[in-house]
Design a protein around this ligand. Structure first.
Ligand SMILES: [Zn+2]
Length: 59
C-alpha cells in the first residue's frame, strides 16, 4: 500500500492508513477542506453603511 500523498510505501499495520503519517493525513484533509471551501463560498451580503448626513453644521 502506498501513501496517496507522498507515494511512499506504508507499513501495513499502520494507524494512519492509507497515509504514511499524520502529516500526510492532514495534508489530504487540508486539500479536501480547501476544495469544500471553494465550492461553498460563504455568501455574505454586502451591507452598505447608512450614509451620514451632517446638517446644520454652519456657524
Ligand atoms: Zn505520505
Amino acid at each position: 500500500m502506498r501513501c496517496p500523498i507522498c507515494k511512499r510505501e506504508v507499513a501495513f499495520p499502520d494507524p494512519q492508513i492509507p497515509f504514511c503519517s499524520e502529516r500526510c493525513r492532514l495534508i489530504d484533509l487540508g486539500n479536501w477542506a480547501a476544495e469544500k471551501y471553494v465550492i461553498s463560498v460563504p455568501a455574505v451580503p454586502e451591507v452598505e453603511p447608512p450614509e451620514e448626513r451632517k446638517e446644520g453644521n454652519g456657524p
